[in-house]
Design a protein around this ligand. Sequence first.
Ligand SMILES: Cc1cc2nc3c(=O)[nH]c(=O)nc-3n(C[C@H](O)[C@H](O)[C@H](O)COP(=O)(O)OP(=O)(O)OC[C@H]3O[C@@H](n4cnc5c(N)ncnc54)[C@H](O)[C@@H]3O)c2cc1C
Length: 508
Amino acid sequence: MNMSVAREHFEPAGAWAAQGRQPRIAIIGAGFSGIGALIKLRKQGYTDLTCFEKAEKIGGTWRDNHYPGLSCDVPSHFYSYSFEPNPDWTHRFSYGPEIWAYMNKVADKYEVKRDIHLNCGVTDLKYLGPQWQLTTEHGDVEIFDLVIAATGVLVNPAYPAIKGLYSFAGLQWHSARWRDDVSLQGKRVGIIGTGSTACQIVGAIAGEVAHLDVFQRTPHWLNAMPQKKYSATWRFMLRWVPGLQLAIRNFMRWLMEYTFARATLGDEKQQQRVQDACEAFLQEQVPDPELRARLTPDYKATCKRMIMCSDYYPALQQDNVALITDRIAEIVPEGVKTADDKVHELDVLLLATGFKVSDFILPTRVTGENGLELAEFWRDAPRAHRALTFPGFPNFFMLEGPTGVFGNTSLIDISEHQIACVIAIIDRMKQEGVAVVAPKQEAYEAYNRAMSRDIGKSTWATGGCDSWYLDATGTPNIYPWLPQRYREDMLNPDFSEYRFEQLPVAVS
Ligand SMILES: Cc1cc2nc3c(=O)[nH]c(=O)nc-3n(C[C@H](O)[C@H](O)[C@H](O)COP(=O)(O)OP(=O)(O)OC[C@H]3O[C@@H](n4cnc5c(N)ncnc54)[C@H](O)[C@@H]3O)c2cc1C
């Protein structure tokens, strides 16, 4: 794989559609979204594709995360490409390595790895009108007609602002930078964070470590993870019974969205059902009332992304595991000091503290029309038009962009629908000889106004919690309507929301 990008594409700016040539398309990021975009664009006949990936392998989330217990909490047959169903999933909820292997297999099958430049981060994007100038970390510069950012949401680890964080004398790492070379066997381990990742890690390592301290700032509502290993007979049926995989996929999608999306978006009965299920799960799993009280959140279920995890509560009740709810005062060389002045001595400190979710493509510098910087455009909070495009940034699309559908559903399914929308827009550019496309300012503002109005009704806003969905202004940075509505919008884009411009004809 090439390490750097050739400069062969320099040529005067022009409108590809009017010139009747292929658009040069840059795709940034080779996770599920970037790979999906490569495959779908090629299928549609767009072949001048270059994908830039800053890491040394493809995979995104499923390359970076390889902590013990990593699994997807969306059923496997839904958490996969619609065009590449996989009858061989071994479990109802896939483990991380199997998902990454699936992605590699699909990328090999569609021969898209040849389009990907690995170890090639994009550092700068500048709109020159109607094309983009792209600069890589190696200083190479290329010109593209269209740019698709598939740079992910949960990419850049967030480190907690705790006094003395780096003074710890033992080993310390973030869950997304797991040290496979260090065995936790027989060690005194501490973990900060109690979200989905922490629950998976605690369940997986509790039996191996000498002692585990779980530092909880806020308890979470948990639901059981109905994990199941698929039998050979079932997999045989999936392979050979026509329509079975599709039926399972559609059922899983309906179930996930009926259960969680409705519960979040104002269906009080459904919210109560989820609430009751979480409370019953806690009651059943944790008989000790004192421990149960410490694990009971003071906000509504579905205020945060629902955690599905069956190993966590049992692990917390093992003799070698302690739930620490005193506030962390500081990290000291020996371990973690809590507000009661107690030092919890540790050999290893794990940070399951999530990601900088407002970064998206940043810190890549993106400069649109009239010198407008994306970081500046997002100064108050990251926003987009339909979680995909931005006024002032023509010919630029972002998959899984701000205010996207980030709840308990398959992000692969969402990005596939976004790619369909991007292709519909590019097709239109081609048909009409269009050089420039961007959402209209008024359409963007109307859309965001409607979102702000309706997000206030969701439990993300009213549930009484702090979560990674909230932006710096305290507003949930997430899609406020049912995912089905988003899918329909993506499949039937309203072109009147966009400005489509042809290049002025030169007069001699
Ligand atoms: C631990 C964990 C568990 C998750 N579980 C689920 C789940 O159960 N269900 C679910 O739907 N989602 C889950 N997600 C969300 C997951 O991120 C998405 O489902 C999906 O993998 C996103 O794919 P993506 O391609 O959009 O982004 P990513 O997988 O994040 O890929 C983005 C890629 O872009 C690259 N990149 C970024 N910036 C640049 C740059 N400037 N130049 C070049 N390359 C760049 C990155 O290196 C990366 O490879 C989970 C995420 C994490 C972290």
